[in-house]
Ligand binder design. Sequence first.
Ligand code: BG6
Length: 475
Amino acid sequence: IPVDPFDLVIFGGTGDLARRKVIPSIYRRFLAGQVPDGARLIGAARSDLDDDGFRDMIREAMDEFEPDTDRSRLDEFLALTCYIPVDARGDMGWETLKKVVRGDVISAFYFSVGPSLFGDLAEHLHAHEIIDGTSRVIVEKPFGHDLESAKALNAQLRAYFEERQIYRIDHYLGKETVQNLMAVRFANVLFEPLWNSNYVDHIQITVAETIGVEGRGGYYDASGAMRDMIQNHLMQLVCLIAMEPPNRFEADPVRDEKLKVIHALTQPEPHQVVRGQYEAGNGHASYREDVEDDRSRTESYVALRTTIDNWRWAGTPIYMRTGKRLSAKASEIAVYFKAPPHAVFEDEGARRQNVLTIRLQPNEGITLDVTIKEPGPGGMRLADVPLDMTFAEALEEGTEVPEAYERLIMDVMRGNQTLFMRGDEVEAAWAWADPIIASWTARGDMPKPYEPGTAGPSDADTLLRRDGRHWRSIG
Ligand code: BG6
């Protein structure tokens, strides 16, 4: 279903995110017939380009980042684009922008720039009367560096936009499997009765990457894995896995429930958090070489154990880990159910655990490991089989799973905030993460070295071994 005509202004329109993700995603939705002819994409940045220069930049970005995407309608799509040089901190461009943005269609403003410019952009948009109570603003992470800075950013945006106009992107919420997790939990009767500490032994959340800091050393070294991944992406996954069923699948009912989870997350003890930093090896430079600081103490890996202090989850450990330069790219949530209380079968596998695995990438899908009798005459021998709900097979041939940004940008145009973070959620997530980071600083904690291409520092294994458990293998 196409959305209504819109004007989407992308500040930072010549930047990496716009070229790599935002513009190609809108083109793919255009190919899918969701972007109407009356839509317009307005690039805005400081670069001195004209419309044709901007369109050439998009063509080049498509060559570089989307070599396999169908080009047959690219010229038609480019006819919907234009470019205005705008200075976020100065006067350049604002009056032109005012003339170009139409008042009678949906207007959305994508702040694809560093957070230090959010306030300036909002103020100029207001001063030049380009926005009104129906305009929408889209912002990206990092949304602050800690609680205080996140509060300041919220205040800057709320000076000119109502909360219902602000779309804070966490691209993990746009991933297809993440939404499917909610469908599996709340559209079936099978899982919810077991979804609590009586039946769930523990939960593991892994977001492993093989890449290093990839030319973002400046940003990354000032952040580290805790701020870059745990505070936002992994936190959102914890919320969706643990939240109570919302009464409706709508923005505020969903976000109210997520917020309660964040408020109930316990602070890990220092020995329940493991930080790591990759060293040189397996053909890769070390983290310190990558960020060009041979004394950096920033972590490229974090593993931790927490719990959720409420009736449903009391005592169930939640283990999270994320890191760069690990053995494989793999993001998944695994819910380990308890073993049956009594062994009926005389087979050593008889007390195996059911595990529900929600794989975000690669090979997205949901699998439930169940124990059955091994077929054949060999007696009552048991075996685990996966019940596989892999999307590639479930989808009709030729249907593609849309990328996170495609879904999220279209949701902005539809005015649907369900998959966006509310200001209070972001602040609560920082309020949880800040003391953990502060305790590292206070203790002068050094991250543990680990070899590229491995599962991270061995202390992370100890974290689970202490509880008599072990991590799933990555990948
Ligand atoms: C980003 C982080 O938000 O997410 C990156 O800043 C990370 O450091 C990326 O690489 C991972 O996203 P994905 O979708 O590839 O898992």
